[in-house]
Design a protein around this ligand. Structure first.
Ligand SMILES: *Cc1c(COP(=O)(O)O)cnc(C)c1O
Length: 400
């Protein structure tokens, strides 16, 4: 066992992820503060357009956070008490909770141990074990930034008449190659009905709080716009009556899930640097890969095969860099004492007290639980310095 270290840490605290704010970002926010709009101004649409273009989707709807994005998706797809949905236990709980917000039933399928992604074969078994129509949808997650093979998920979903919400919070800028060799960018609307993103500070693009939904489906797009703002429309073509210039209609029960203009200005500015940030993340991941390739006792997750091309270029977006070690708690504490704040992603959702109360129990998804026992996310973010990364690698090696 490791001893409690009395040594003064050799570095200032290194978190597992952090935002990167530049002078240009600050200027963009200040400019909006001095404009006529703090919220619901031109920056919202501009951010939506820029983000839709970035991922190659037709439509984008900016919202107050990633969880709100998930909730609105579930509402737009008509999730209710009759709805049953399958997601992965290795995700942030919001991926599952959005179904519960609408009264629906959450089910899980186990992960593929090599990638920690939702295992499509386990999903297929679940679907086959019930009559058609039993399940309504799937919420797969591009976990850690590792892109799912959504083409395969789409095929399966179509066999069973299911919709797909892609939780792409970890994967802005990620991509995989479809069976025709075409690049498919996460969130491009090609295979998923809806995709969602988060702009929390640890994510690639940070606005403090913020989220985005992308889709190629115009009907869903129109629903989302309405649900984001109380279920109200001002679009004359969609209204049942019209009493004059002031008139608007609340047509269903929506929420205030809007994102302010200030934050969209920040988002647009951050989006300009998204490719550079992504390249830096890939660079950091490569250094970790090489450092741990010959270290007994440190395993790494595999990149989905469909995300790698012949040149070795990767579509992995590296929100997280996960290693697997036997004594995970030991390593976590050892690194913490040395000012390296590694993190664990994730505690399997089905083992949370809330989901246990709904009938799930430990042992239900053994691959997810085995993964959880060993996983540790090492720091990865664009402003992580080479020196800091060397220090992290040295300390991990020292421990194992
Ligand atoms: C961050 C995250 C969310 C939630 O996003 P918020 O903006 O924090 O609400 C949902 N799913 C995944 C996989 C996430 O990483």
């Amino acid at each position: 066992m490791t001893q409690k270290s009395e040594a003064v840490p050799e570095t200032s605290p290194i978190p597992y992820g952090r935002q990167h704010i530049t002078e240009a970002d600050i200027a963009a926010v200040v400019e909006t503060l001095q404009s006529d709009f703090l919220t619901q101004g031109p920056k919202v649409e501009a951010f939506e357009r820029a983000f839709a273009d970035y991922v190659g989707a037709k439509y984008a709807v900016a919202v107050s956070n990633g969880t709100a994005a998930l909730h609105l998706c579930a509402m737009a797809l008509g999730v209710n008490e009759e709805t049953r949905v399958i997601t992965t236990p290795i995700t942030f709980v919001a991926s599952a909770n959005c179904i519960r917000y609408c009264g629906g039933t959450v089910d899980f399928a186990d992960i593929d141990s090599a990638t920690a992604l939702l295992d499509i074969e386990r999903v297929r078994e679940k679907l086959e074990s019930k009559p058609k129509g039993y399940y309504s949808g799937l919420i797969p997650v591009d976990f850690a930034g590792n892109p799912l093979n959504l083409e395969k998920f789409r095929k399966l979903a179509d066999e069973y008449g299911l919709w797909i919400i892609e939780d792409a919070c970890h994967a802005p800028g990620g991509y995989f190659y479809d069976s025709h060799g075409n690049k498919q960018i996460c969130g491009n609307g090609q295979y998923a009905d809806l995709s969602i993103f988060s702009f929390h500070p640890v994510k690639h693009i940070a606005t403090g709080e913020g989220g985005m939904i992308t889709t190629n489906n115009e009907l869903l797009y129109q629903k989302l716009l309405k649900l984001r703002t109380h279920g109200i429309t001002r679009n004359q073509e969609l209204m049942e009556e019209n009493h004059g210039g002031w008139y608007m209609e609340m047509q269903e029960l929506g929420y205030n899930y809007r994102i302010p203009d200030m934050l969209c200005a920040l988002g647009i500015s951050q989006l300009h640097r998204a490719d550079a940030g992504l390249a830096r993340r890939k660079g950091i991941a490569k250094v970790y890969d090489e450092a741990f390739s010959d270290i007994a006792g440190v395993e790494t997750l595999q990149t989905n095969k469909v995300a790698i091309d012949e040149s070795g270029d990767t579509g992995h977006a590296y929100h997280l860099y996960v290693i697997l070690v036997q004594n995970r708690k030991g390593l976590y504490d050892f690194l913490r004492e040395r000012n390296i704040f590694a993190q664990v992603h994730y505690i399997p959702a089905h083992t949370m007290p809330y989901y246990r109360k709904l009938g799930f129990k430990k042992g239900d998804y053994p691959e997810a639980e085995k993964y959880y026992a060993e996983c540790l996310s090492l720091p990865i973010y664009p402003s992580l310095t080479q020196q800091e990364q060397e220090y992290i690698i040295e300390k991990v090696k020292e421990f194992v």
